[in-house]
Design a protein. Structure first.
Length: 456
């Protein structure tokens, strides 16, 4: 009677509390552990998004680590999981808690349909969403206060991979196939740990200086691994603390740790406000201020295709289309451009990101979009409008990032690439003129936001 371990966003063997709980239960009764992944049609879109293609790879890597004993079943979890539990006569089903709206509803449905206990142990965050509240017992409104409480709360040391787990061999469907046009990095726990070790050894020390520079490989590229739980943030936090103790610039380690605190903060916001997936947490403009109709559609399409005539914005969007990933600074700049220069509601851009990003994640994507749009909890001030030219000149000073992703501009030297309209011979052929004038549209956005505030 194997104990059932239902894996979802926790595709690893080390530091996996749900696995430890399942293994303990199995050990107590002398049974095996059956590892199950359910291909849920509600999440498995066709054609597959880059993140599903990454997930398929990650499942293959996990299956290899389990010696081919990852059981795949396809169907609605509330039908599949109880059926497998029944088939195996499993005494319990173990999961890491899902904290986002769809996962919570799904698990509640599964729990109701199961004849045995659904045991939730751990979750994908260092501190479980909803655990931290202010002294008044209310959710944190401000990131820095949340981060301080998060640090005070702390987290357990990462647990090593359990030895000698008796994995059950349960027949299932073939591993899901999902291909994508974008080149994916190696997936799976081992690859994630290797990538992380290389980052700690080579780039962590400079992280606070290089993390905003898209022309340098200054970030960890761990987001997809964190999304699918190939590594738990607890493990990264322990390594960051160890690196700082070993003399790696403590300020850089703290900067990285604070990014993981943002990840937990967004998950916490979504826990308290599940409607934040689609509803602005605060209104910065009236509904009429958002562009709709054919002109807005054309502007959105130009933005999505990386043809706005603003090189830094276009480079970001093309990096997304070609690689399924975009540097964080570019995510902020292109999101600001869509919302504040083209006046398109954030939800539309967020949907395109979620479909295109290999690390696409409901909590992180929707709440970061709300941050840029000024509609989120502790968001960027509504009057902060990223200047796409100045951002490029400051953070891509030699223009290498733009030239890499916008081939039409490769003939322009250095920082001249950020203002092709000012090139002596005129803008290079094939590159579009500016879709809008940034200074004018910035004014339009701010006037609308101010009018909305005044009317309230
Ligand atoms: P690093 O700089 O190495 O950061 C380390 C880790 O910290 C990241 O892997 C991530 O888990 C976390 N982190 C870093 N920045 C943020 C942030 N602003 N918010 C929350 N966590 C952060 N991240 C996603 O994982 N999925 C998304 O769908 C997503 N959508 C975004 C949309 C917008 C509009 C913006 C502005 C940001 C979005 N981010 C998202 C956050 C961030 O851009 C990515 O996590 C980061 O670029 C991933 O690259 P990295 O792992 O090299 O980052």
């Amino acid at each position: 009677m194997p104990v059932l371990l239902w894996l979802r966003r926790d595709l690893r063997l080390a530091d996996n509390p749900a696995l430890l709980a399942a293994a303990d239960r199995a050990r107590a009764t002398g049974d095996e552990v059956a590892a199950l992944f359910v291909v849920d049609p509600a999440l498995w879109s066709s054609p597959p998004t880059p993140r599903l293609a990454y997930l398929a790879r990650s499942l293959r890597a996990l299956d290899e680590r389990l010696g081919g004993r990852l059981t795949i079943r396809t169907g609605r979890p509330e039908q599949v999981v109880p059926a497998v539990a029944h088939e195996l006569a499993a005494p319990s089903v173990h999961v890491a808690a899902a904290t986002e709206p769809y996962g919570q509803r799904r698990d509640d449905r599964v729990e109701r349909a199961l004849g045995v206990e659904l045991v939730r142990t751990g979750c994908p965050y260092a501190v479980a969403p909803g655990r931290l509240v202010t002294r008044a017992g209310t959710p944190f409104q401000v990131y820095t206060a949340f981060r301080d409480a998060w640090l005070d709360h702390g987290w357990a040391a990462p647990a090593p991979e359990p030895a000698g787990v008796p994995w059950a061999d349960v027949p299932g469907d073939p591993l899901p196939e999902a291909s994508t046009e974008v080149p994916l990095s190696a997936a799976g726990e081992v690859a994630a740990r290797e990538r992380w070790s290389a980052f700690v050894a080579e780039a962590l020390a400079d992280y606070r200086w290089t993390r905003d520079r898209p022309d340098l490989a200054g970030t960890s590229a761990m987001s997809a691994a964190l999304k699918y739980g190939e590594v738990h943030p607890r493990t990264l936090l322990a390594d960051l603390a160890a690196a700082a103790r070993a003399g790696v610039d403590p300020a850089s380690a703290a900067t990285f740790r604070d990014e993981l605190a943002w990840r937990d903060f967004h998950a916490d916001v979504l826990w308290h406000r599940p409607d934040a997936t689609h509803r602005s947490l605060r209104a910065v403009a009236s509904d009429d201020d958002w562009a709709t109709g054919a002109a807005a559609d054309a502007a959105f399409d130009a933005w999505a295709a990386g043809r706005t005539g603003y090189p830094f914005v276009d480079a970001g969007m093309r990096q997304l289309a070609e690689t399924g990933w975009m540097h964080n600074r570019l995510r902020m700049v292109v999101a600001s451009f869509l919302v504040k220069d083209l006046h398109v509601a954030w939800q539309r851009g967020a949907a395109l990101f979620l479909d295109g990003l290999v690390d696409g994640d409901t909590a992180q994507n929707q709440l970061n979009w709300q941050w840029v749009a000024g509609t989120g909890r502790d968001a960027a001030p509504y009057f902060r409008v990223f200047n796409p030219v100045a951002q490029g000149q400051r953070l891509d000073p030699e223009g290498d990032y733009v030239r890499r992703w916008v081939p039409e501009l490769r003939a322009l030297p250095g920082a001249a690439v950020h203002e092709p309209w000012a090139a002596p011979g005129g803008p290079p052929p094939g590159y579009p003129p500016r879709l809008v004038d940034h200074a004018t549209e910035r004014r339009v956005a701010l006037d609308a936001y101010h009018a909305h505030r005044a009317a309230r």
